[in-house]
Design a protein around this ligand. Structure first.
Ligand SMILES: Cc1ncc(COP(=O)(O)O)c(C=O)c1O
Length: 370
């Protein structure tokens, strides 16, 4: 085979896929392992979601509704926007891809922070765009340096708020002040994948964000059903934005990008407010228990407004990750994010949290970290 691989594609490091748990267990000779590595919801989707998905299975001979009419209508009423201001994606990942496809040409510039969600930069590389990467400052987005980095070629700025992997947020006034200074032709994407876990007082007002796009830089808000709603496997996310921006994204998407099960399941998830609130309460409780537990073990935990948090284990994070794996506890080492002494852990069920703390205690002692 003689392939001509474009330089921008050859230089991409693929997103590191986790192995299926069954495979890992076979490899390590363990069983009953738990995964606290991907910021998923450990309690699963609402029973009502499971029920409606079952009912929908016999309709899979039909193409889904390409406009996602009912799901978009439910989102519109919940978030007080117009359906024309919504673009749905196969996970919010796909909406990120649409934004880059629609607005970034070869040589155009996109600004992201480091570390933050890895996919922004990859989509830009695929388009032949240029990534400008601004390091976080004190674990937070450095909006001053980001502002200084804007040039005439800047098309998009991605800000995950809260940030993955640090769990930190952008103070609303700091953000507002920044947005007021961004040129009108630069789109600011606020990726709110974890917004549901945030303190209500720190969230931005969606309507104001979108409507203010009229006389300043457009703002796109990204949301996902993968985290608080427990639907990572269904793949549904959406963006809220001015209709002019949305109409560009609709031009670059496939006609049936949201499958039928995803449409029905996501709608049911949004409608089950009680289950959603239970999930949030349990997550917050779990986060408090875990943070206290790791501090008692001599590690440093970083405050987070998400369903995960960073832990400074005061020793090599990769080694700890391996040791935890042998005990059947899957976490994320943060060395590839530039934090060699850190791990990232997602809140699990009560039993999973207890098991994590016990395994951590053993591994820290075995490795002689604390
Ligand atoms: C900050 C952030 N944005 C977006 C995503 C993608 O989520 P989705 O499952 O909706 O594609 C993730 C997933 O982990 C994330 O952490």
């Amino acid at each position: 085979m003689k392939l001509t691989i474009p330089e921008n594609i050859a230089s991409i490091t693929p997103y590191p896929p986790g192995k299926p748990i069954d495979e890992l267990e076979r490899e390590y000779g363990i069983s009953g392992s738990i995964k606290l590595a991907s910021n998923e919801n450990p309690w699963g989707p609402s029973p009502e979601v499971v029920r409606v998905l079952g009912l929908e299975l016999s309709n899979l001979n039909r193409y889904p509704d390409g406009s996602c009419y009912y799901l978009a209508k439910t989102i519109a009423s919940k978030f007080e926007v117009d359906p024309a201001e919504i673009v749905l994606g196969n996970g919010s990942n796909e909406v990120i891809e649409f934004l880059v496809k629609a607005f970034v040409r070869e040589g155009d510039e996109v600004i992201t922070s480091h570390p933050s969600f890895l996919m922004y930069q990859k989509f830009v590389q695929v388009r032949g765009g240029v990534n400008y990467i601004v390091p976080l400052q004190d674990m937070k987005h450095d909006l001053e340096t980001i502002h200084e980095t804007i040039s005439e070629k800047t098309r998009l700025i991605f800000l995950d708020n809260p940030n993955n992997p640090t769990g930190t947020i952008i103070e609303p006034l700091y953000l507002q002040n920044f947005l007021n200074r961004v040129p009108e032709d630069v789109i600011v994407v606020l990726d709110e994948a974890y917004v549901d876990f945030m303190d209500a007082g720190s969230r931005v007002d969606i309507t104001t964000m979108i409507q203010n796009s009229e006389d300043r830089c457009p703002v796109v808000l990204l949301r996902t059903f993968s985290k608080a709603y427990g639907l990572s496997g269904l793949r549904v996310g959406f963006g809220l934005m001015a209709r002019e921006v949305a109409s560009c994204l609709h031009k670059v998407r496939q006609p049936f990008n949201i499958n039928q099960l995803a449409q029905v399941g996501a709608k049911a998830a949004l409608e089950d407010e009680e289950y959603f609130q239970h999930t949030l309460a349990k997550t917050r409780r779990g986060l408090r228990v875990l943070a206290k537990g790791v501090e008692e073990l001599g590690c440093i935990s970083y405050p987070s407004q998400t369903n995960f948090f960073l832990i400074d284990v005061r020793g090599n994070g990769d080694k700890l990750y391996q040791a935890m794996l042998h005990k059947g506890v899957i976490i994320r080492s943060m060395s590839s994010y530039g934090f060699p002494d850190f791990i990232r852990v997602t809140v699990g069920t009560e039993e999973e949290n207890t098991r994590f703390l016990a395994a951590l205690a053993d591994c820290l002692t075995d490795l002689g970290y604390v």
